[in-house]
Design a protein around this ligand. Structure first.
Ligand code: A2P
Length: 271
């Protein structure tokens, strides 16, 4: 568990459902819950919030024992539209509230995220979201919130993996007590045949994916690997019974090339 600045506890490892088709989501989330995951990360844009909610309702797991994150899509930024979009997400989820609500992208050129954030503060005050945060915010976007908003996000969910270690943002987060959450923690599968990672993984008799996830946990990230495969869903959860050495961590740290797999948050502006 990671304790967020507002006291909310968040499981450090979650199940990401980006790119899981809506019609498969319930089944995959049920598998993840059966394996032991207690944190699911979805978004309005993924069109699979209903499957996430249905899975939680279908299993014996209590709602309050699962940490549910969803995100506000770009086209809904702005004060009133955010309030409306949040209600729609809640209806699709059927979970009564969410544990974490995130602004999906900053869209700096539209200049709406401050109004959006004020709506987030209201949603939290009214109990709709236990905690509120952002995603894909750059240091300059976070600084703008610092200057002009009343509260600070508890979480920033960003693309982060050994090829894109986000040193500047992680250090800003550490200085401001903001949790770093990593999306595409496995670089969308692109790092699983990397030589250094294979060597480190073999040394611990683990898979490359497990070695990368363990690296995330040890640097303090919240991490949400996606898989549609039952064996890999299980494998990605088996990362609490081994530890990477300082040398292993240093070897992975040297893989940073500032290389994104996804869009650049400064210019991404898809409605
Ligand atoms: P699949 O769903 O077929 O398992 P990320 O979370 O970084 O976006 O990475 C997700 C990608 O990595 C998906 O393509 C997923 O494919 C693949 N993946 C997830 N876990 C594993 C694993 N343990 N071993 C190999 N590939 C994995």
């Amino acid at each position: 568990m990671v304790t967020l600045r507002d006291g909310v506890e968040m499981p450090q490892l979650g199940f990401g459902v980006f790119q899981i088709p809506p019609e498969e989501t319930q089944e995959k989330v049920e598998e993840a819950l059966a394996v032991g995951y207690r944190h699911v990360d979805t978004a309005a844009a993924y069109r699979n919030e209903a499957g996430v909610g249905a899975a939680i309702a279908a299993t014996g797991v209590r709602r309050e024992d699962v940490f549910v994150t969803t995100k506000l899509w770009n086209s809904e930024q702005g004060y009133d539209s955010t309030l409306r979009a949040f209600e729609k997400s809640l209806e699709r989820l059927g979970t009564g509230n969410v544990d974490l609500y995130l602004i999906h992208w900053p869209l700096p050129s539209r200049d709406l995220f401050l109004d959006t954030w004020r709506a987030f503060e209201r949603i939290q005050e009214e109990g709709g979201a236990r905690s509120i945060g952002v995603s894909n915010f750059r240091v300059e976007d976070l600084e703008r919130l610092e200057r002009e908003a009343e509260t600070r996000p508890t979480v920033n969910q960003i693309e982060l993996h050994p090829r894109l270690q986000q040193e500047e943002l992680r250090s800003w987060h550490a200085d401001h007590d903001v949790a770093t959450e990593a999306w595409s923690p496995l670089a969308q599968g692109g790092l699983l045949e990397e030589g250094t990672i294979e060597t480190v993984a073999a040394h611990h008799d683990r898979t490359p994916a497990q070695a990368i996830l363990r690296w995330h946990l040890q640097i303090g990230n919240v991490v949400i690997p996606k898989s549609s495969n039952p064996e890999r869903i299980r494998q990605n959860f088996e990362v609490f019974d081994f530890e990477l050495s300082e040398d292993d961590m240093a070897a992975l740290e040297r893989l940073d090339e500032g290389e994104r797999t996804g869009p650049n948050p400064g210019s991404f502006d898809v409605a």
